[in-house]
Design a protein around this ligand. Structure first.
Ligand code: CA
Length: 226
């Protein structure tokens, strides 16, 4: 899942990005409102964390522009002032949730998970494809009874696949949702990580769940779906 942080306080923005990356999310930072809009127009984000008080374009105007352009990513608004009027204006402009500064990182992460869950077809905290399960709160992954240990990136990749089961996802889609702009590595990164993941979730199990669709990409499929 890829998250955009629009926040002009550098220290807070960097802390949020680091904390989200540690949880396996891809995270980009825009330091003012105009940059935030430009980023959101370029990449399909799964979630946007948006500060209200921003240089160049304030958060309220950012939300309005995004919604006018039919950019539907859920928006978690950050506000320094704990006034009802601010919250109401933000929610009415199209924000989905808000947090008042200062906030605990644990609460921010819980709200991020809740918003992503709301967007997902699967509202449960546990994702399942076949006998493969992912608990998105405890971050435990299992096939049947067997626990599977994944690195952060493998987990992020698997989460994206599990949120889009039975769909063919091309490499660009996968890369855009799992890696962020800070990434400057191999061009075949998706294939490499699919290989790591397949080794852990499929190699010693039947039936196979992770399919390579030649010329198109990859698909995580329910054993019954065809
Ligand atoms: Ca600010």
């Amino acid at each position: 899942m890829r998250i955009l942080i629009v926040e002009d306080e550098t220290t807070l923005a960097n802390t949020l990005a680091r904390c989200l990356r540690e949880e396996g999310y891809a995270a980009d930072i825009a330091y003012d409102g105009e940059e935030g809009v430009a980023f959101a127009e370029t990449v399909i984000y799964d979630l946007i964390i948006l500060d209200l008080m921003l240089p160049r374009l304030d958060g309220m105007e950012v939300i309005r522009r995004l919604r006018n352009e039919r950019i539907q990513a859920p928006v978690l608004m950050l506000t320094a002032r704990d006034t009802v009027a601010d919250k109401v204006r933000g929610l009415d402009a199209g924000a989905d949730d808000y947090l008042t500064k200062p906030f605990a990182l644990a609460e921010l992460l819980a709200r991020v998970r809740a918003l992503l869950r709301r967007e997902s077809e699967n509202k449960s905290t546990v994702l399942q494809v076949g006998d493969l399960t992912m608990d998105t709160v405890s971050r435990q992954v299992r096939r049947g009874e067997k626990e599977i240990n994944l690195t952060n990136k493998e987990y992020a990749l698997l989460e994206y696949l599990m949120r889009n089961p039975n769909r063919v996802l091309n490499r660009t889609q996968i890369a855009e949702h799992v890696w962020d702009y800070d990434f400057s590595g191999m061009s075949n990164i998706v294939d490499v990580y699919i290989r790591y993941l397949r080794r852990k979730i499929d190699d010693n199990f039947e039936p196979k769940l992770l399919y390579t669709i030649r010329g198109s990409g990859y698909s995580l499929r329910e054993p019954s779906a065809d």
